[in-house]
Design a protein around this ligand. Structure first.
Ligand code: AMP
Ligand code: MG
Length: 347
């Protein structure tokens, strides 16, 4: 398959008239698969109503079929077409965080969506992205769009069109290139179907921000206990992993440097994943910064980009600094732990 590449700038006013978006929307209506930027990471979109269209997403990504997809919408009217009931609390959350990186779980409307989207569950995950191109594309298609991250399953999520091209060229109908994404980690997945809202996946909207609006929420206990089955099916899979073996290190710079030295002495090519503040203190084969520790949003934004940079280098082992598990740090540490397959070295 020939994958089309459309380069589009992000000015909303222009976006209305982009012939590239028309073409991309048209392909979605024809049940083809198209990648597009969102404010979190690039998404791989298809008509959420059609089984064949949705199956193409799973095939292109090599995604396990028991891992449901998030349905993306461009208006609240669209929401009414896929779910029957909007619980009171979710109104408040939508008013506050939509459009934006918060995914809400609802009971689904019978027959409104392909069963492949929800992997057979009674519930559906929905979000309204805030990226102008994503909103315009969904609006133009007139469809609810199922869209997981546009990467090969297991790899770091894509934050540029180039990342998508590398993973999926020849496997999908097209890629809308709107430049690098901003938030850099995926949306927060919040289940409000029970009495107490539960965060199933930490992400772009923090626990603290949600609690400011609706009071206490809990975190799925499986997120911190590997023995439990997570309530979000996708959380059980290894994700985001670079090719080299990544280990997280909780300890001082000197301790991390001593680990690097020991592995270099054994003949390994070693990398360090750090921040701008600490970059110059390390001596390794490759020392890459994901962002500024003083501003954790920048680390979230640069995290996948940096993991993918390591994939372009001949590095064999990577040691990464850890981050405080609060605010956006919760999502950063969730992704890093998964990328490291749970490997954590304590000083
Ligand atoms: P991705 O599409 O890769 O951003 O991942 C979406 C995440 O949302 C995965 O962890 C899914 O398992 C999760 N998810 C999607 N739909 C549901 C649902 N109905 N209930 C719980 N988790 C869901
Ligand atoms: Mg993903």
């Amino acid at each position: 398959m020939q994958t089309k590449l459309w380069t589009v700038d992000n000015y909303v006013d222009n976006a209305n008239s982009y012939p590239q978006l028309e073409e991309a929307a048209h392909l979605l209506q024809q049940n083809q698969v198209v990648a597009f930027p969102t404010e979190t990471v690039y998404g791989l979109g298809a008509n959420a109503r059609d089984n064949e269209a949705v199956k193409k997403i799973f095939e292109a990504k090599g995604r396990p079929s028991d891992n449901p997809l998030i349905v993306h919408i461009a208006s609240k009217e669209q929401l009414a077409s896929i779910i029957d009931e909007i619980p009171g609390m979710t109104h408040t959350l939508m008013d506050q965080f939509w459009p934006g990186p918060l995914t809400l779980i609802f009971k689904k409307k019978e027959g409104a969506l392909s069963d492949a989207v929800t992997a057979g569950l009674e519930t559906v995950a929905v979000r309204m992205p805030s990226h102008p191109l994503a909103l315009k594309l969904i609006e133009k298609s007139g469809l609810p769009i199922a869209a997981p991250s546009a990467n090969t399953s297991g790899k770091p999520s894509p934050t540029t069109a180039g990342h998508v091209y590398k993973d999926l060229n020849g496997k999908i109908a097209g890629i809308v290139d709107g430049g690098p994404t901003g938030v850099g980690v995926e949306s927060t997945v919040l289940d409000c179907t029970g009495p107490i809202p539960v965060i199933l996946r930490p992400g772009g909207v923090t626990k603290e921000q949600i609690e400011e609006v609706i009071g206490p929420v809990s975190l799925d206990t499986a997120l911190s206990d590997e023995k439990q089955a997570p309530r979000s099916p996708g959380m059980k899979y290894t994700h985001y992993a670079p090719r080299a073996e990544l280990s997280l290190v909780s300890g001082s710079r000197e301790f991390i440097q001593s680990l690097v030295n020991a592995k270099k002495a054994e003949g390994f090519r070693v990398g360090v994943l750090t921040t701008e503040e600490n970059q110059r203190y390390y001596d390794a084969d490759y020392v890459l910064s994901a962002g500024r520790r003083e501003q954790l949003e920048s680390v979230a934004s640069g995290l996948y980009f940096t993991l993918r940079q390591f994939d372009d280098l001949d590095v064999e082992l990577i040691f990464s600094e850890v981050f405080p598990v609060e605010g956006i740090g919760q999502a950063i540490m969730n992704r890093l732990s998964k990328a490291a397959g749970g490997r954590l070295i304590q000083e």
